[in-house]
Design a protein around this ligand. Structure first.
Ligand code: DAH
Length: 315
């Protein structure tokens, strides 16, 4: 352990000492607290001095003949790591790519048409209120789900219908909802959308795509079930669930809803210039944060957006 790491550890341990204050006699608390504070200030100063030294290190004389990078200072601090969601999103994309899907990225600012009209939510439709959408002063919408990308995916890959007989796209992206935040709800989170269109697309294919995806992601066989759902952009609509496996902390009784899905509504195909008399589609969309929480046993979704280094360093 370097001197710097030792000092940081000492600081962390000191943090625990503060909890003892409560257990002390009121008369002793002040002196004890002052002693801890003095110790803490001393440690912080030592840490800062060491960290500053790493940055202001005297550079060696610049050698013009050296290969690129040789004149760079030799810093001693550690590089950061990728955010767990960044890592997991690329794993998710990779699994779908291996299954034959195109992967395109979602937007972080969208509009009324992509959020609602193109998805068969007519104006004034009550289901519009279910999405707790934010709006900018100009009327733009930070997307409340990745389904806003369906119209773009369908029109961008429409040509594939003639060439290959199908459209197969998934769209991971960041989404935003104006809702109260707690251990299972965030205003900012991630989803992954998928849409498939062909002359013979059907529910059996939808379920096999989802089962394959979740089993590959968790590296094990899973029991699945569906129940009826409602989304204006699919008919019929389903909620897709997996049974929480023992390896992921399940006791054989819990079902977890992993995504919404269904057969693409004919109006959605029509709006995207695809003839629903000829082509059928299925689509699905679900949260990535929840997927990752289950994989790693993370019990509070707020950690992801918190910037807490203790949490991030575990990955
Ligand atoms: N966008 C829905 C949501 O966030 C989930 C969803 C349901 C996506 C059905 C789909 C779908 O593509 O077909 O609640």
């Amino acid at each position: 352990m370097s001197k710097l790491e030792e000092l940081k550890l000492e600081l962390k341990n000191l943090g625990r000492e503060y909890a003892k204050i409560k257990t002390l006699d009121p008369a002793e608390r002040k002196a004890f607290g002052e002693k801890l504070n003095a110790k803490k200030q001393g440690l912080l100063a030592e840490i800062k001095a060491l960290e500053d030294a790493a940055f202001s290190e005297d550079l060696p004389a610049l050698d013009f003949s050296a290969p690129f990078g040789e004149n760079a200072p030799k810093f001693t601090y550690k590089k950061g790591t990728k955010h767990p969601l960044t890592t997991e999103l690329s794993i998710v994309g990779e699994i779908y790519r291996n299954m034959g899907f195109n992967v395109i990225e979602a937007r972080q600012l969208d509009d009324e048409f992509h959020m609602f009209e193109s998805l068969n939510f007519p104006e004034g439709h009550p289901a519009r209120d279910g999405y707790d959408t934010f709006r900018t002063e100009e009327g733009f919408i930070p997307p409340a789900h990745t389904s806003t990308m369906q119209y773009r995916a369908l029109t961008r890959f429409r040509g594939n219908l003639e060439e290959k007989g199908q459209i197969a796209v998934v769209v991971p992206g960041r989404v935003f909802r104006n809702e109260d935040v707690d251990a299972t709800h965030e205003h900012t989170f991630y989803q992954c959308e998928g849409v498939f269109v062909s002359r013979s697309a059907n529910m059996g294919q939808l379920l096999s795509v989802l089962k394959t995806f979740f089993e590959t992601y968790y590296g094990q066989k899973l029991n699945i079930k569906t129940q009826p759902g409602y989304f204006p952009f699919t008919e019929p609509s389903l909620e897709f669930q997996i049974e929480k496996p023992a390896a992921l902390g399940g006791k054989g009784d819990g079902w977890l809803e992993m995504c919404g899905c269904g057969m693409v509504h004919p109006n959605v195909l029509k709006t995207a210039g695809i003839d629903p008399e000829v082509y059928k589609g299925f689509a699905w969309g679900g949260g990535i944060d929840r997927l990752v929480m289950l994989k790693y046993g993370i019990n509070d979704v707020r950690y992801f957006e918190s910037g807490k280094l203790d949490f991030l360093k575990e990955f």
